[in-house]
Design a protein around this ligand. Structure first.
Ligand code: HEM
Length: 206
C-alpha cells in the first residue's frame, strides 16, 4: 500500500524529471555547447519539450484506465502545468532570441510566419487550462470543467499544425509526433476506451 510519503516522492521525482531538460539546455548554452545558434537551439528544444509534455499529459487518462494506478492521476495537473511552462518559455525564447524584443517587428513577422499565430492560439488555450486547473475552478465550473478541459484536444491539433508549418525538408519527425498524437486520441474513442479496462482484467488474469 503506497503511503503519503511514497506519493510525495513520486511527484517530486516527476518534478525533477520535467525540470532536468531545461537545466541541461541552459547548461549547454552557458557552456557554449549548444551549437552556432544557441537561441534557436533553446527555441526548438523547448518547443519540442512542450509538445512532449502535452502528449504525456494526455496519455495519463488512458494509462489510468489501463492500469488503474493512482500515480498517473496524481501527476496530471503537474504535467499540464509543465506543458504551459515549457510553452511559455518557448514563446519567451522566440521573443528574446528571434525577435530581440523588437515588438515593432512582430506585425511583419506574423505576416511572414503565420504559424506563429497558430502557436499563440495554442498558448492562450494552454493558459486558460492552467488558470482553471485548481480545485476552486473545478468546484465553480462543475460539469463545465470537463468540457473546458477537452480544449486540450484542439490545442494538440493546433500545436501539430504549428509544427507541420515549420517543418521544411524532413517530415519524418513530424509524422512520428502525429502518429503518437493519433494513438493518444484514439484511446479516447468510446469503443477503445471501453476496451482498456478489459485488457487490464485479461492481463491480471494471466
Ligand atoms: C506564442 C506562441 C508561440 C510562438 C511565438 C512560437 C514560435 C515558434 C518558432 C519561431 C518556431 C521555429 C520555427 C523555425 O524552425 O524557424 C517554433 C517551432 C516549434 N514550436 Fe512554437 N511557438 C509558439 C507556441 C508553441 C506551443 C504552444 C507549442 C507546443 C505546446 C509549440 C511547439 C513547437 C514545436 C514542436 C516546434 C518545432 C520544433 C522543431 O522544429 O524541432 N510552439 N515555434
Amino acid at each position: 500500500m503506497a503511503t503519503r510519503n511514497t506519493w510525495r516522492t513520486w511527484r517530486a521525482g516527476v518534478f525533477l524529471a520535467a525540470l532536468t531538460p531545461l537545466v541541461v539546455w541552459g547548461w549547454q548554452v552557458a557552456n557554449n555547447a549548444a551549437g552556432p545558434e544557441p537561441g534557436r537551439y533553446l527555441l526548438l528544444n523547448i518547443g519540442t519539450g512542450a509538445l512532449w509534455m502535452l502528449l504525456l499529459t494526455l496519455s495519463l487518462t488512458p494509462l489510468t484506465r489501463l492500469t488503474r494506478w493512482k500515480g498517473f492521476t496524481l501527476i496530471r495537473r503537474q504535467l499540464g502545468l509543465w506543458t504551459l511552462a515549457y510553452a511559455t518559455l518557448h514563446m519567451l525564447s522566440y521573443a528574446l532570441f528571434i525577435l530581440g524584443l523588437d515588438w515593432a517587428m512582430l506585425g511583419s513577422e506574423l505576416v511572414k510566419r503565420p504559424y506563429i499565430i497558430v502557436g499563440m492560439l495554442a498558448l492562450i488555450g494552454l493558459a486558460a487550462l492552467g488558470a482553471t486547473s485548481n480545485r476552486w475552478s473545478m468546484r465553480r465550473l462543475g460539469k463545465r470543467w470537463k468540457t473546458l478541459h477537452r480544449l486540450a484536444y484542439p490545442i494538440l491539433g493546433l500545436v501539430l499544425l504549428h509544427f507541420l508549418w515549420v517543418v521544411r525538408a524532413d517530415l519524418g519527425e513530424w509524422v512520428m509526433y502525429a502518429a503518437i498524437a493519433a494513438l493518444v486520441m484514439a484511446t479516447r474513442l468510446p469503443p477503445v476506451a471501453r476496451t482498456l479496462p478489459r485488457i487490464r482484467y485479461r492481463l491480471a488474469g494471466t
